[in-house]
Design a protein around this ligand. Structure first.
Ligand code: SAH
Ligand code: SF4
Ligand code: F3S
Length: 446
């Protein structure tokens, strides 16, 4: 490796996460690990002895951002220790050391070894670990100490689906599920540390299963029994792993929030086949029918890719018509980005950037229209809001509705509390609400 010179062992650190929710979760756990080693967290990268860049490889832009960050950090402080973690570390390994001067490279399944790698780097030794020892990292991590009303909890990692555009099966490895008891223990620790809401994470979170034949719905029902936990969410799901038991949990488990993020990617069966998505337009829509039957007020979300190789104007129009049919409460949409080593990157019919830009714009117009319509349809509703942080105005707080909408309101309720509100007005990205005072504790009537 490039780091032949020894460096002073770092006393302060900063973790910067670039990717999905699981990447953020990994960042939190790396921070807890370094804190347990006696290092102090800083508020920014500039003031830290050690900067951990927790990277994402999903699209080209995300990957390139890492290299510009490394360049800037190096220029400002040549003595700073830089560790590249996350999915770029896994995908590029030694290549990062060739392209940029970094001290440590650690993959998403090996970050429990970060303290040792940092110590090696301080001695001027090679410090690269991109092994994938299935799940052992969780055993080696310190207990959770995160505080805050919302928490992420990884229950499943990796992906066996191999969509032809996607790097995740290569950067995260094969599908594996964490053991039931370990997850329940971590959930309890997070609730003890102040979490009121838990989002269960996995690349295919609804593929979670164990040797006793349990599925994600059993896990949700177990978390439902934890006193002090008020809300349960999960993400990201694959349409093919949406079991009836999981759908039933949306009907039966009050703590399970009425929100489902279920990526579809495209509305044309030919494109879905070329993507190796293993569901069709119709099978996707039928899953949503069953979900809506179980939980009529469910808010639906999805991911879309425009400009997959070979996508014709007529096929793109099928994505627009699918959107018209579903009416999402929110969604993420992306221009197709060819990723090295994936089958789609070398397919014929790569789409010109201008065409992708134009399609993305039309897609986002449709999605924005539906998001605003969903928010406007919520006005007048009463619901619970979990207060997450202070707003910009005096006395204003910001929280989330059950449907994952951001809600602003005036209240004295502290962060972490749940208040009853009436939703008053809606914009594209948030709503306003008025707190409904809780009824006075009744004095025994004479
Ligand atoms: N495991 C999750 C998330 C995968 S990444 C899932 O399967 O849904 C999140 C989203 O990024 C995907 O749903 C897809 O819409 C998008 N994505 C993945 N690879 C991409 C690529 N090469 N170009 C553009 N978007 C991509
Ligand atoms: Fe990627 Fe497809 Fe797996 Fe999702 S299901 S992580 S898009 S390969
Ligand atoms: Fe990115 Fe890796 Fe997540 S590629 S989206 S950080 S799984």
């Amino acid at each position: 490796m490039g780091a032949a010179m020894s460096k002073t062992p770092p006393r302060t650190f900063h973790v910067k996460s670039f990717g999905c929710q699981m990447n953020v979760y990994d960042g939190e756990r790396m921070a807890e690990l370094m804190a347990a080693e006696g290092l102090t967290a800083t508020v920014d990268a500039a003031s830290a002895d050690l900067v951990v860049l927790n990277t994402c490889h999903i699209r080209e832009k995300a990957t390139e951002k890492v290299y510009s960050d490394i360049g800037r950090l190096r220029k400002d402080d040549p003595a700073k220790m830089i560790a590249v973690a996350g999915c770029v570390a896994q995908a590029e390994g030694e290549e990062i050391v060739r392209r940029a001067k970094v001290d440590v490279v650690v993959g998403p399944q090996a970050y429990h070894n970060l303290p040792k790698l940092v110590a090696d780097a301080a001695k001027g030794e090679a410090a690269l670990d991109t092994d994938m020892p299935v799940l052992s990292k969780f055993d080696a991590l310190p207990a959770r100490r995160k505080v805050g009303p919302t928490a992420f909890l990884t229950v499943q990692e990796g992906c066996d689906k191999f969509c032809t555009y996607c790097v995740v099966p290569y950067t995260r490895g094969a599908e594996t599920s964490r053991p039931f008891g370990e997850i329940v223990d971590e959930a309890k620790a997070l609730v003890d540390a102040g979490a009121r809401e838990m989002t269960l994470l996995g690349q295919n979170v609804n593929a979670w299963s164990d040797d006793d034949g349990r599925g994600l719905h059993d896990l949700i029902r177990a978390l439902d029994r934890i006193a002090g936990l008020a809300r349960i969410r999960y993400t990201t799901s694959h349409p093919n792993d949406m079991t009836q038991e999981l759908i039933d949990a949306h009907r039966d488990v009050e703590k399970l929030m009425p929100f489902l993020h279920l990526p579809v990617q495209a509305g044309s069966d030919r494109v879905l086949r070329a993507m190796n998505r293993s569901h069709t337009r119709d099978s996707y829509l039928r899953v949503l029918d069953r979900v809506r039957a179980a939980r009529p007020d469910i808010a639906l979300s999805g991911d879309f890719i425009v400009g997959f190789p070979g996508e014709t104007e007529a096929e793109f129009a099928e994505t627009l018509s699918l959107i018209d049919e579903v009416r999402h409460a929110q969604a993420f949409s992306f221009k197709y980005s060819p990723r090295p080593g994936t089958p789609a990157a070398t397919m014929d019919g790569q789409i010109a950037p201008e065409v992708m830009d134009e399609r993305l714009q039309r897609l986002q117009e449709a999605l924005n229209r539906d998001q605003l319509a969903f928010n406007k349809a919520s006005v007048g509703r009463r619901c619970a809001v979990l207060i997450e942080r202070r707003g910009k105005l005096p006395g204003q707080m910001l929280g989330k509705s059950p449907w994952l909408q951001s809600v602003h309101l005036q209240t004295d309720a502290p962060i972490g509390s749940i208040v009853e509100v009436e939703l008053l007005s809606a914009g594209p990205n948030s709503l306003t609400a008025r707190e409904i005072p809780s009824p006075p504790v009744s004095v025994a009537a004479a």
